[in-house]
Design a protein around this ligand. Structure first.
Ligand code: ZN
Length: 130
C-alpha cells in the first residue's frame, strides 16, 4: 500500500530553485509536494502529476501540479542529486502552466537537467557554503 505524506523539504527546495532560476511561469502556490512510501516502482525517484485540462475547467480551478518523491529512492540521494530530481520534475511544467506536460524527448534528459543545475548552483547563494 502506498502512503503519502506532505513534503515541506521538497517544497522549500523547489521554491528556491524556482526563485534562483527565475522560473516565473511556475506558480509555486499551485504546486503540491508529497513523499510516498511503499511504491512498487523501481528506480523511479519522483514523478509529477496533473489532470487533463478539462478537469480544471470542470472544477473551475486553475491548473495545478503535484510533485511526488518516492521515499525509497529519493531519500538515499545527496542534496545535489535531490535538487536535480526536483529540477527534472519542474522541467515537465510547460511555460504556459497549462496543466499539460513537457515530454522528455529532446528536452528533459541528463544533459539539460545538469545544465539547469549548473545555473542554479552558480546563482544560488547557498552554493557559497558548499
Ligand atoms: Zn521526467
Amino acid at each position: 500500500m502506498i502512503n503519502y505524506f506532505k513534503a515541506p523539504d521538497v517544497e522549500q527546495s523547489a521554491r528556491n530553485i524556482i526563485n534562483v532560476l527565475n522560473l516565473s511561469y511556475i506558480d509555486p502556490d499551485r504546486l503540491a509536494f508529497y513523499r510516498s512510501t511503499g511504491s512498487k516502482a523501481r528506480r523511479v525517484q519522483a514523478r509529477i502529476h496533473g489532470l487533463g485540462r478539462i478537469w480544471f475547467d470542470a472544477l473551475n480551478m486553475q491548473p495545478r501540479y503535484i510533485i511526488e518523491v518516492i521515499s525509497e529512492e529519493f531519500d538515499k540521494l545527496d542534496a545535489s542529486e535531490r535538487e536535480k530530481v526536483i529540477i527534472h520534475e519542474l522541467m515537465h511544467i510547460p511555460a504556459g502552466f497549462s496543466g499539460g506536460f513537457v515530454p522528455h524527448r529532446g528536452k528533459i534528459n541528463k544533459r539539460t537537467v545538469d545544465a539547469m543545475y549548473k545555473s542554479y548552483s552558480e546563482a544560488s547563494p547557498q552554493s557559497a557554503n558548499a
